[in-house]
Structures are given as structure tokens and as C-alpha cells.
Design a protein around this ligand. Sequence first.
Ligand code: NAP
Ligand code: MG
Length: 403
Amino acid sequence: MEKIKMLTPLVEMDGDEMTRILWKMIKDELILPFVDLKTEYYDLGLPNRDKTNDQVTVDSANAAKRLGVAVKCATITPNAQRVTEYNLHEMWKSPNGTIRAMMDGTVFRTPITIPSIHPAVKFWKKPITIARHAYGDVYRDVEIVANEPGTAKLVFDGVNGQHEEVVVHEFKGPGVVLAQHNLDKSIRSFAHSCFQYALSLKQTIWFATKDTISKKYDGRFKAIFDEVFQEYKDKFEAAGIEYFYTLIDDAVARVMRSEGGFIWACKNYDGDVMSDMVSTAFGSLAMMTSVLVSPDGKYEYEAAHGTVTRHYYKYLKGEETSTNPIATIFAWSGAFRKRGEMDNLPELVNYADQLEGACFDTLNEGLATKDLVNLMEGITPKCLTSAEFLAAIRERLAKRLGA
Ligand code: NAP
Ligand code: MG
């Protein structure tokens, strides 16, 4: 078979530990035999980030902004222990944080579902994608402990003369007080990313706040979403999808009774809490993909899990591991599909579909990695090592592609 052609390169962001090992295996087994792969390669492995003073992370984010589609391997976010382990010059910041800030993007997380793994919520038939606003609110708050009676006030001094002062509370005894903020610009970017991604998936999008109680603060989120949606209204109609706004408590109740198959946009705190709930209810972190979408429609695909350190240490001792590569494979397939759509390459889109199809074929035959074996029901699973599992996927992919 002739290898599938690409036009524009993908931005390839390599990473760390067990996922770096899987990264190479996936390329060797599932990509290079079938695709005439074009990438602009950035090594975001911790040693190279340290060597380049983290410039490589900045360069890779700029490349993603320039080329439009990136695929990223999981990377270590250094802590004190990692500084010693890798003999680092500095405790470098989270690469994901740097890339997200540079792309001004929103992260969308979607579970990969299979018939033999039943969601904890029996009504859920299709994946629910969570989009979390990643700026402000309680994550950038300021807080005061009042140790004695007194007055707490909220003051705004504008540079052009707006002056507002409100009493938060007249304390009769000890208590606590907190102030939080957000920015129109950040909310607007969030809204654009959400509507862009809904169109890209052709899925309805929900958004919820508590604007009945927080009329100005949450009211602003609702108003900005409404305003930005006007730009997308016609495209949504043409795609047969909807923007649905409701109150957060109503949204939670409806999500539980829904079939899934939609995107749920959440304010920062709601997204933090609900993404953990939804991902756990769907099964496994190793079956969760993640994509960063910028407001102007640039995409960076990755797995939601980390570098799987515990497995890497076993691998270094020469032991075979049964680490699940599915979410990382789906990061690649997501990137190929998007690149194929942007460059009008139906064969590349088809390759992405067949690659995912081959993963489903393998899992639906009960061939799986260790993490999934205990979750599967109604099927007798066979536990494979990562290498055996990838070989099984390759066999099915070759068949699907007629290679
Ligand atoms: P992790 O790498 O997600 O792994 C936590 C545990 O979850 C593993 O020990 C394993 O459980 C299970 N697991 C996760 N992915 C799996 C897979 N593909 N196959 C099988 N089991 C899987 O999280 P962590 O151990 O907290 O973090 C490790 C490193 O990753 C840290 O340095 C952190 O900074 C980094 N991290 C990076 C990203 C990112 O780049 N997006 C995200 C999160 C964390 P068992 O050990 O029980 O088998
Ligand atoms: Mg959380």
C-alpha cells in the first residue's frame, strides 16, 4: 500500500517517562508503516526543557499557533523531588500551563467509551465532554480572616474615575471574607473556544452558571456567552446543533438523566469538580482524551493522564508493562483528523477513523491492558503487555486499511 500523504506538518511535542516510551512505540507500530508522516518535532522531555531553559516549550506553543494542529505527549511538571531526580537548574513551570496561556485556550476532555465498560450512571450512552474555563474565580481569589468585629468592604478605583464601594459584611464577631474576579476577555475567549469546538464535533453545547443569585458576576458570563453566540448562530443552525443555557443545579440534574453526547462548558470551579466526577463515572483516566482549543481555532491534542511514573520505573528495571496507550493513540488520531479536515485530505481523515476503529476492534475482542481488565463486563478479557496490545491494534489497522 502507498503511504498516506500529508501536506502541513503536525506540531509534535514529545514528553516524558512511560508515555515517551509509548509515544515511540505508537509511531513505529501504528503511524510510520501507514503514513508519510510530516511533523515539526519539539522535545518537551524534562532534560531538554532544562537544557533549553524551557525555551522549547515556548517554541512549540508558537509552532502550534502557526501551524494550527499539535499533538502532545504527557510531560512531567517538576516539583522539588523532580529537581533533585533530574538535577534541574530550576523548577520549570507546567508545560501545559505555558502552552494554555500562550494559546489562550480551553481544555476539552472526552472519555473513550466501549460497550464492555459501563458508566456508573446507567442512562449515559454517549461520551460527555467537559470544557473547563481555566482563568480566575476562586483560583485567583484574595481572602481575609477577620479576627474581630469590623467592616469588610469591596472597593473599585477606576483609572478614569469610576469609584464603587460596597459593604460586604458588618462583622459582629470573627469570620472570613473572600473576593474573586474574572475578565471579559478571558470569558469571551472561553466562549469562542466552546462554540468553535461544538461546531468541530457537531455537538450541542451546554453552559450553566448561578446567575439568579450572582446577577452581576455570573450574569456577565451568561451575557458574554449570549453575545458571542450571535456570531455562531447561523453555523449552529446549519450544523443542526444548539447552545443551551441553564442554571448550574438544573444542569447537574439534567446531565444525570441525559444520554450524553454533548459538550458541557463549565466555569472554573464547576469544571474542576465535574470533570473529576464525569471521568470517574465513565471508567478510567487512561481512556480520557484532552484537547486544547484556542479562540481562533487552533488545536493541541493529548491524553488526559500523566507520564505513568510507576510503570516507567518498572520498565527501567527491565519488566514488561501493561500501560494503556489508547488515550495517546487518540491524541494522534484527533490531530490527524483535524489536519486532514483543514488540508482537505480525506485519506488522512479516513486513516484517523480506521486507527480509532482498530483500537475499538481490539478492545471489543476483549484484548486489553491491565487497567481495563477489571473494568470490563460481559466479556472475558485477555490481559496484554503494551507491546502485545499495540501489535494487536496494528494487525487490525492493517486489515482495515487493506495494507
Ligand atoms: P498519572 O501519570 O496519570 O498516573 C497515575 C496512575 O494512574 C498510574 O500510576 C496508573 O495506576 C494509572 N494510569 C494513568 N495512566 C495510565 C495508563 N495510560 N495506563 C495504565 N494506567 C494508567 O499521574 P501521576 O502519577 O500523578 O503523575 C505522573 C507525572 O505525570 C507527574 O510528573 C505529573 O507532573 C505528570 N502529569 C502530566 C500531565 C500532562 O502532561 N498532561 C497530566 C498529569 C500528570 P497504577 O499505578 O495503579 O497502575
Ligand atoms: Mg480537580
